[in-house]
Design a protein around this ligand. Structure first.
Ligand SMILES: Nc1ncnc2c1ncn2[C@@H]1O[C@H](COP(=O)(O)OP(=O)(O)O)[C@@H](O)[C@H]1O
Ligand SMILES: C=C(OP(=O)(O)O)C(=O)O
Ligand SMILES: [K+]
Ligand SMILES: [Mg+2]
Length: 572
């Protein structure tokens, strides 16, 4: 038996004529609830597996023609498909995984291994490497998507105007020992660099620091004290030894506070960043993450810039929360963005470390309330850069981010330059699965108050439908939520509710599909569909059954944003 509810509101786009025509004459000035029951016994039998206009298609958007749409030609994310076939709906991973690509993972085989291991998004950090290097990686990811049926999205992360060291004259790292004197200089050096000398990228550096300041590398990996200034050179004594890595971030502290006088005036998006953004647009990246965001304006500015340049695809803008200013203006920044990243590396260098966990919790919660995907990033499995197993504390940190129901977790050095990128990804995957399951079994989810966020009546209806559908799904113990959505908005609204079951999101556009890859619990499919929900459903069922991804008898709640409808049914 299928039971359905359609909410009709004037602003919603044209509804399915077959379902609604009988009611239209009485509707013009009212919003009505139209409830309909279709008994399977009395309904005509479902059409034979006719693969007609519904075509599941691959990541690159090439639709297989109806004639070629034999089951084998249906292309969905190969990794999720395998997971569904093997373990069923219940065991699909809800938390998404982002991997930073670097020298350890830029080869085709390594990228493929990460995709097979569950990477949903590949991140490119423009602090490192050349545009040519990044272009090669982007193209390789796209090629693997096409050839192997993955749906890995690409995120470009801007360098931003941070103060950082140079690249150590080509050395992979340098060890700073206790008491050693190092020179930090704004001079341009010819390589090889003089011994114990570090180039600093910010011209105002020697002017801004004072003798007695603490100089902190990479949020505390190594610490120095400024002992003397000689023109462009700043002599420092190492007070906390450690490993210096190329282009490591630098902050300086005075009387226990971060000094951010003039460098706070540096632009969020530098001229180099604009060149990288043009590059990202030209290469069709899916996300641009903006480093050191200070205000909502810069995000709005970038979004208009992108809108003016990309007509056919849309790039989502992710605000990295990693500075004191971004915490001050948190809500307006998140509202202006398409998502946020808790960039704990730099955040922990700007606020006391013990404040990072509460900041993380606050950012994750606010993003969920405002319906923006959120990524928890940096040092999740830092020890795995060198060791094949994580520390127990790292596993606890990953578990906490999963328990907070962040949309995504991110690997940085672990995947970019570590010795065990695939193992690190496996740890993220298995810990996510285990904590998600534990959470469901124990029904531990605290009911989070989700404020109304709709700005129009039609949006309000969608929001109410999604909130109700998620609640129904939990109460009825359904196997999956299906959502047919052109813009992806209704899929996001469902994901925001963090329901117990996975959400199959069918969308017509490849770029929307890849963007949905970042969101909690969504399994995005690209699919061309019509306004006729019954035929969409029957055809989707046939296609998915033929691939072994669903079975007769599975209980499904289906939603559509064209109809603003909700239906409960067993897969025939
Ligand atoms: N494209 C790249 N080329 C070379 N090295 C990279 C690249 N991306 C990342 N890395 C290495 O991985 C480390 C961790 O990456 P990430 O956390 O993104 O950068 P950062 O340490 O600059 O914040 C970097 O410090 C760098 O050593
Ligand atoms: C993710 C971060 O940014 P990046 O790696 O670019 O410094 C961070 O600071 O935590
Ligand atoms: K960056
Ligand atoms: Mg950072």
């Amino acid at each position: 038996m299928a039971q359905s509810l359609h909410l009709l509101a004037p602003p919603s786009p044209s509804p399915s004529p077959r379902l609604l025509r009988p009611c239209l004459p009485s509707l013009p000035h009212h919003h009505r609830l139209l409830c309909r029951q279709i008994c399977r016994a009395s309904a005509s039998p479902p059409p034979a597996p006719d693969l007609g206009p519904v075509v599941l298609s691959s990541d690159n958007g090439i639709s297989a023609s109806a004639a070629a749409a034999a089951a084998a030609a249906i292309d969905v994310d190969a990794v999720t498909e395998a997971e569904l076939k093997e373990n069923g709906f219940r065991s699909t991973r809800r938390t998404k995984l982002v991997c930073t690509i670097g020298p350890a993972t830029c080869g085709s085989e390594q990228l493929e291994a990460l995709a097979v291991g569950g990477m949903n998004v590949a991140r490119l950090n423009m602090c490192h490497g050349t545009q040519d290097w990044h272009r090669r990686v982007i193209r390789q990811v796209r090629r693997l998507n096409e050839e192997k049926g993955f749906a890995v999205a690409v995120m470009m992360d801007t360098e931003g105007s941070e103060i950082h060291m140079g690249d150590l004259g080509g050395a992979a790292s340098a060890k700073a020992e206790d008491g050693e004197i190092w020179t930090f200089s704004v001079r341009a050096f010819n390589s090889p660099l003089p011994d114990r000398t570090i180039h600093v990228n910010y011209d105002g550096f020697a002017e801004d620091v004072r003798v007695g300041d603490e100089l902190i590398v990479d949020g505390g990996m190594v610490e120095f004290e400024v002992i003397e200034k000689i023109g462009p050179d700043v002599k420092c004594r190492c007070t906390d030894p450690g490993l210096l890595l190329p282009r490591a971030n630098l902050t300086f502290w005075r009387d226990g506070s971060l000094v951010r006088e003039r460098n706070a005036m540096l632009p969020t998006i530098s001229s180099k960043d604009w060149l990288d953004i043009d590059f990202g647009i030209a290469e069709g990246v899916d996300f641009i993450a903006v480093s050191f965001v200070k205000s909502a304006e810069v995000i709005s500015h970038l979004k208009s810039y992108i809108a003016a340049r990309c007509c056919d695809s849309d790039i989502a803008v992710i605000a990295k929360i990693e500075s004191i200013d971004s915490l001050k203006n948190l809500e307006e920044i998140i509202r202006a963005s398409d998502g946020a990243m808790v960039a704990r590396g730099d955040l922990g260098a700007q606020i006391p470390l013990e404040q990072v966990p509460s900041a993380q919790q606050k950012i994750v919660k606010l993003c969920r309330q405002l319906n923006k995907p959120v990524i928890v990033a940096s040092q999740l499995l830092e020890s795995m850069i060198e060791y094949p197993t994580p520390t127990r504390a790292e596993v606890a940190d990953v578990s906490e981010a999963v328990r907070q129901r962040a949309d995504a977790l991110m690997l940085s050095g672990e995947s970019a330059m570590g010795q065990f990128p695939e193992k690190a990804l496996t740890v993220l995957r298995s810990v996510s699965l285990r904590i998600e399951r534990w959470w469901r079994e124990e029904k531990r989810y605290e009911a989070m108050e989700l404020p109304d966020i709709a700005s129009s009546f039609s949006d309000q209806i969608s929001e109410e439908i999604c909130n109700s559908a998620a609640k129904m799904a939990n109460n009825l113990g359904v196997d999956a939520l299906f959502v047919y959505t052109k813009t992806g908005d209704m899929a996001s609204l469902l994901s925001r509710c963090r329901p117990d079951c996975p959400i199959f999101a069918f969308t017509t556009s490849t770029s929307v599909r890849r963007r949905l890859n970042l969101q909690w619990g969504l399994i995005p499919f690209r699919l061309s569909f019509s306004d006729d929900m019954e035929s969409n459903l029957n055809r989707t069922f046939s296609l998915l059954k033929a691939r072994g991804m669903i079975q007769s008898g599975d209980l499904v709640i289906a939603l559509s944003d064209m109809l603003q409808s909700i239906q409960v049914m067993n897969v025939p």
